[in-house]
Design a protein around this ligand. Structure first.
Ligand code: ADP
Ligand code: MG
Ligand code: ZN
Length: 480
């Protein structure tokens, strides 16, 4: 059944603002630490006092270049900073220092994971530029207060071309972008702390049309859920307007997560309104080729390269994709590997046991799960046949609860596997002596009874015997 909605296509472009992982702010030495008391991380520069001068933080430039290289952008050898003027209480200078006509990175793209039917998708980037964050207004009952801790914290804004076609695509793009930022250590991508947030530009057009429709911009969304819900809502709203013969107004909207609707905040402002002009207090930003090469040489392995390596080393595409979806998980997987032969077993363990524990916990991944080294120790014991796979699962569950290490847990729970041949041989003798009829049947050709004997010996050993030793000894005994 085709619905009205199917006759339309959504067109979406995202502007992502993300804090960079620097210790100090963009133009002063103040700390960027999140969670300090109100106005503790401030100085005359980031409070916008008259007569102060900004000094560019070199680390910001390096992290912007890192991000640009990871997203296949062209790095501009020369760019300038501009003043973007507007009035708001959280902006003490009355202008924000940003980059307008000459961003530090141009072009580039982000590849999304292939869709279920194997389609690859590439989202083109327009630009990445450097700018400073504003402070934060806090509205109380009798007064509004301003906290300037965030004022001057370095941001990059990553602008995509209008290449996205659904709320789901937008979510996939944001997840991929966030993963890349985290892999290159440019940003922690913490949405709940506001260090990764996004403006969504949304329009609709009749399927097959070549011109874009009029767009609205939904400001400042700070969760994947909000982005997806807001786009869904906005696409439906715009289709309804067009269907009823109306025109979509070019407006800036806010998402109300409680009422699940967008509300117009103001009519959209245009670049002219901001009176952009080159920042007179900062020299042009010159990026020598040598700096770009140094940054390139120091780049960590990117998710796409890591995926290719995992597959080369024997994992399936699917396993690699699951592990790499979150850098913490991929790093954890790698930290279990030293001394292990079987990477696939480790991958399996992380994907099932470890991720289950992480999912069931409210804590961040690293705090929710036992240390990777301890899981590595557990897997090495399985590989050396000191414990069975089942014993490892029991031990793991206990380790999650107690926080104790692998060795201690195995010892405490008496899970060590018995490989002692004389003890196992004695158990075999006892079982065979107790089952003369079965033994005769086996000797007469009922091969299937072999499994019965293995089970009986295991039972006699309290489930802790090494199955391989039982097999070998039993086979030798029955052949003799
Ligand atoms: P502004 O500076 O006013 O925000 P830009 O031209 O820089 O406008 O575009 C900002 C974002 O809007 C980009 O991500 C771009 O892809 C997106 N965009 C532009 N036109 C449309 C459209 N018609 N529909 C949806 N998104 C659009
Ligand atoms: Mg915009
Ligand atoms: Zn400061």
């Amino acid at each position: 059944m085709t619905t009205t909605r199917d006759a339309y296509e959504a067109v979406i472009g995202l502007e992502v603002h993300t804090h960079l992982l620097t210790r100090s702010k963009l133009f002063c030495g103040c700390s960027t630490t999140f969670g300090a008391g109100p106005n503790e991380n401030v100085c005359p520069v980031c409070m916008g006092m008259p007569g102060v001068l900004p000094v560019l933080n070199r680390r910001v430039v390096e992290l912007a270049i890192r991000t640009g290289l990871a997203a296949h952008c062209t790095i501009a050898p020369y760019s300038i900073f501009d003043r973007k003027s507007y009035f708001y209480p959280d902006l003490p200078k009355g202008y924000q220092i940003s980059q307008y006509e000459t961003p530090i990175c141009k072009g580039g793209y982000i590849d999304l994971p292939p869709t279920e039917n194997g389609e690859s998708r590439r989202v083109r980037l327009t630009r990445i530029h450097i700018e400073e964050d504003a402070g934060k207004n806090i509205h109380g009952e009798s007064a509004s207060l301003v906290d300037f801790n965030r004022s001057g914290v370095p941001l990059i804004e990553i602008v995509s071309e209008p290449d996205l076609r659904s709320a789901e695509d937008a979510g996939a793009y944001l997840r991929q972008l966030r993963a890349i930022l985290r892999y290159v250590d440019a940003s922690d991508g913490k949405m709940e702390e506001g260090s990764f947030r996004c403006d969504c530009n949304v329009s609709v057009r009749k399927r097959g049309a070549t011109e874009y429709g009029v767009r609205t911009e939904i400001k400042n969304l700070n969760s994947f859920r909000f982005v997806e819900d807001a786009i869904e809502y906005e696409v439906d709203r715009q289709i309804a307007i067009v269907e009823s013969g109306g025109k979509v107004a070019q407006e800036t909207h806010l998402w109300d997560p409680a009422r699940k609707e967008t509300r117009p905040m103001r009519s959209k402002e245009y670049a002219n309104d901001y009176r952009y002009f080159p920042e007179p207090d900062l020299p042009p930003l010159i990026v020598p080729a040598e700096l770009i090469e140094n940054v390139r040489a120091s780049m960590p392995e990117l998710p796409a390269d890591r995926k290719a390596r995992y597959v080369r080393e024997g994992l399936t595409e699917y396993e690699a994709a699951v592990l790499l979806a979150d850098r913490d998980v991929a790093d954890y997987f790698e930290a279990t590997l030293p001394g292990l032969k079987n990477r696939k077993a480790a991958a399996n363990w992380v994907m099932t046991e470890v991720l289950r524990v992480a999912r069931d916990s409210d804590k961040p991944f690293a705090e929710a799960v036992p240390p990777a080294a301890e899981v590595g120790a557990l897997l090495r014991m399985v590989e050396a046949q000191k414990i069975s796979l089942n014993a490892a699962k029991t031990a793991f569950a206990a380790m999650v609860k107690s926080g104790k290490g692998a060795e201690a847990t195995i010892a405490e729970l008496g899970l060590a596997q018995v490989s002692d041949e004389s003890a196992i041989a004695a158990a075999i003798d006892k079982v065979l002596a107790a089952e003369p009829d079965k033994l005769a049947e086996y000797r007469a050709g009922r091969d299937k009874l072999f499994g019965f004997f293995v089970g009986a010996v295991m039972k006699a050993m309290g489930g802790k015997a090494n199955p391989k030793v039982i097999n070998d000894l039993l086979r030798a005994k029955l052949a003799g």
